[in-house]
Design a protein around this ligand. Structure first.
Ligand code: GLY
Length: 480
């Protein structure tokens, strides 16, 4: 595994970054409670949209992570170091009550001042996901996992809401309708079985935890069996010998493999960064549910390829065929996704490798926080020299996620920061996101996508950034 010397985010910095992310989510709640947040920002602001996009699950996922943070962050060792015994006693009485396994309302007794705002907004959105699946609105594609895992599965796991559980099971049923026996894969897009659409895509690995969850919650093994068959196909054909990946892969109608093609990458034989990131995180999630050693080998190969193409700040260009000097935009969301994969992988690897994975994730998250958020350059550099936690630092006396507006404004109180923030229109204002410089789809002469969201916030970039920080601040029970 390639190793880097760059700076790692500390526990305290991760906690502070999550505080700030949670505050940004709170500021945007009024815009995206009755509506969803669109897939990517336009000039730094997310348009609101109806619940019709494949990406609508990420925003409720952010709200649930925010809720967990304000409710439960005090349970982590990191934060416990900074709190008084009396605080901890109060927290444990108020927040940890009912801390049971999934589906039993594990955090429902939380007393944080913001908890109810987050919970109510996430549940309102959950209702719109119930409506969407019951009425089959824009669900003729494979992205049921991206949609229903961070929204309804999270709602069920955290609050035990039965309606959310039922909606997620319906979404799993919907995904099952897209399984193709000939070729053994979930058809990604288009009319089922039609020539020209008979393909799956690497991203689909992230849709499959929904099926494992559906089998677990219903006791019906059909869902997980289909997931396993798809994974077998994907592992066989989507990963090239050097560990790079095809974005999409066509099968012949008789079930034999045809060929790889890109949709959102630069060209068919290039290395679309996010596809590679889905491959890294997806392969380790596949291992979690079905611990075949070859899945971990694929994780390592995909990761090594990804690492071999990173620029110095560890945030890839949107296609990894590009490097410094190309003038091409980055895709920060890929770095956040890979960081989640690395932190998940720690659980399955020997200690030394696990530590290397964690170090890499911390380096990526430091770079993202420092260079790819509007607040990073200020808040982390102010903390230099305080690594290891300074219990007297007044910023840590605040409730997680509970910083006052004045405190946050204070982080931008010198002239340069104010100017930069204002000219980019990317302050912590309602409608802004978390991770700058994401790329959704960039048109090239050789690909088939429509250009959207180039060098903007992306809703999944924001979600996976929060997930990765959450994984560093507490012992997180995955939604996936
Ligand atoms: N799943 C589509 C994308 O990552 O853009």
């Amino acid at each position: 595994m390639i190793e880097y010397n760059s700076r790692q985010i500390t526990d305290e910095e991760a906690h502070l970054a999550l505080d700030l992310a949670v505050e940004q989510v709170r500021r945007s709640l009024p815009l995206y409670t009755d509506h969803c947040q669109n897939h990517s920002s336009v000039n730094g602001i997310y348009p609101a949209c109806d619940n019709v996009q494949w990406t609508c699950g990420f925003w409720p996922g952010e709200i649930w992570l925010a809720w967990e943070h304000v409710c439960g962050a005090d349970r982590s060792d990191v934060n416990n170091q900074r709190r008084t015994g009396a605080d901890k006693k109060k927290d444990s009485d108020e927040c940890i009550a009912g801390q049971a396994e999934c589906g039993a309302g594990s955090l429902s007794a939380c007393a944080s001042e913001y908890a109810e705002e987050f919970r109510a907004a996430a549940m309102k959105l959950s209702e719109s996901f119930e409506y969407r699946i019951e009425n089959k609105i824009e669900v003729d594609h494979h992205d049921m996992g991206f949609l229903y895992t961070p929204s309804c599965v999270a709602a069920w796991k955290l609050t035990g809401d039965e309606k959310a559980r039922n909606a997620a099971i319906l979404a799993a049923d919907q995904l099952m309708t897209r399984f193709q026996e000939k070729g053994e894969f979930f058809q990604a897009w288009g009319k089922l079985g039609e020539p020209g659409t008979y393909r799956y895509i690497i991203d689909c690995l992230m849709n499959l935890p929904l099926l494992y969850w559906a089998s677990e919650t219903t006791g019906d093994p059909r869902y997980q069996e289909a997931a396993r068959r798809h994974i077998t196909t994907c592992m066989r054909y989507s990963f090239r010998a050097d560990g790079s990946t095809y974005h999409t892969f066509f099968m012949n109608q008789d079930g034999t493999p045809s060929h790889g093609e890109t949709c959102q990458g630069y060209k068919d034989d290039s290395f679309w960064a996010r596809g590679q990131a889905w491959g890294v995180y997806g392969s380790v999630l596949s291992y979690r549910y079905d611990p075949k050693p070859e899945y971990l080998e694929i994780f390592h190969r995909a990761l090594d390829f990804y690492l071999s193409r990173l620029p110095e700040d560890l945030v890839p260009y949107w296609d990894m065929v590009f490097s410094d000097g190309s003038g091409e935009p980055r895709d920060s969301s890929s770095a956040a996704i890979v960081a989640c994969g690395l932190l998940e992988a720690r659980r399955y690897l020997p200690q030394e490798e696990a530590q290397k994975c964690e170090a890499l994730a911390r380096q990526m998250l430091y770079s993202l926080t420092e260079n790819y958020t509007v607040w990073g350059g200020r808040c982390l550099s102010e903390m230099d020299g305080k690594a290891g936690g300074d219990a007297s630092d007044e910023r840590f006396d605040k409730k997680p996620g509970g910083k006052s507006d004045e405190k946050l404004a204070g982080m931008f109180d010198d002239e340069d920061s104010v100017k930069t923030v204002k000219t980019q229109n990317k302050d912590m204002i309602p409608g802004a996101g978390l991770l700058l410089h994401g790329t959704y789809s960039k048109k090239s002469p050789y690909n088939t996508c429509t250009e959207e969201g180039v060098d903007e916030y992306t809703s999944w970039g924001d979600y996976f950034y929060m997930e990765a920080l959450t994984r560093l601040t507490r012992d997180w029970k995955s939604y996936w």
